[in-house]
Design a protein around this ligand. Structure first.
Ligand code: GLV
Length: 308
């Protein structure tokens, strides 16, 4: 019952050392040294290899080493293969930090002040209290919920939107496509933490931007596929949207000629909102393997029909 890691070499060594020390009963292999493919029961990876099912006939579980599983073509996996997303508290912490940084930067108008600095202009902009700033979090799962809770501490007026109804203290929660316009219309800073599914692909489009109040800004910490980049450019250039902070793009790495690289109203980071660190993710993965061995439900198992 080999556990095969297909990850970068440095993290692979870390994973292997952690298993050797804390769970020596679970044999670990590091891609491309796969041993006998028939022994591989579990695969931990961000980028699954081609022909997964044919290569590993006894594969039981794919453990994503990422919070999102959109990079897996679930339709290509035999139904018996279970898929589990990574609920690493280290990922949540990274996302919370990035989200707070980006929301506070928008709230305190740092993009405007940086432009002023480049122009040697010393000028205070009108100040708005946090309670007058409406922050809308899209996606209220294991990332969106702790983000909303942390933002609550700053006193923002918080809205949340998710597929199914949620209740979070201090957050006005909206659910489903029917309530999306109402949610957007009351959001000054929109923060996307949705999973990428057929329902959410392209959700950040011209219609969404037109529904946001004038002067709103966008932070995308979800996936590039959520955003229609041409619609964002149009909304920024028309002045309807004020600014965007993007950690993810449709094409990563972004090609040199991509218009977002040097757009004056965009901050771009190379998909670094959170990284999975074996040091924090190990306990989560091992706990799931132990649950599996005890025939208990695993945490973060993907409902394959829903895609997350
Ligand atoms: C990173 O984007 C992840 O899904 O963990």
């Amino acid at each position: 019952m080999t556990l095969l890691f297909k990850v970068d070499a440095e993290r692979g060594q870390l994973w292997k050392a952690l298993f050797a020390e804390h769970a020596p009963d679970i044999p670990v292999k590091l891609w491309p040294d796969i041993g006998d493919p028939a022994d591989v029961r579990y695969l931990a990876t961000w980028a699954p290899p081609e022909n997964l099912a044919q290569t590993f006939p006894n594969l039981e579980v794919v453990f994503a080493t990422s919070a999102g599983v959109d990079q897996f073509d679930l339709s290509q996996l035999p139904p018996k293969v279970r898929v589990v997303r990574m609920l690493d508290p280290g990922i949540a912490e990274g996302i919370i930090q990035y989200a707070c940084f980006a929301v506070l930067a928008q709230h305190r108008q740092i993009p405007v002040y940086l432009t002023q600095q480049a122009e040697r202009r010393w000028q205070a902009q009108p100040y708005r209290a946090a309670g007058q700033r409406r922050v809308g979090v899209m996606g209220l799962g294991n990332l969106g919920t702790p983000v909303a809770e942390r933002l609550r501490g700053f006193g923002f007026a918080l809205n949340g939107w998710s597929r199914s109804p949620r209740q979070i203290d201090g957050v006005a929660c909206f659910a489903g496509p029917g309530q999306l316009p109402e949610f957007l219309a009351q959001t000054d800073i929109l923060l996307c933490l949705l999973p990428l599914t057929d329902d959410t692909r392209g959700i950040l489009d011209h219609q969404a931007f037109a529904t946001l109040p004038r002067g709103a800004s966008l932070i995308n910490l979800g996936r590039g596929g959520h955003l229609v980049e041409a619609d964002l450019l149009a909304a920024l250039d028309s002045g309807h949207l004020e600014h965007a902070v993007l950690d993810v793009l449709n094409e990563e790495p972004a090609p040199a000629e991509h218009p977002l690289w040097n757009h004056p109203k965009v901050w771009l980071t190379p998909h670094v909102g959170a990284v999975t660190r074996p040091e924090t993710a190990f306990d989560v993965l091992l706990a799931n393997l132990r649950r599996l061995q005890a025939s208990q439900p695993m945490e973060g198992e993907v409902r394959r029909q829903e895609g997350y």
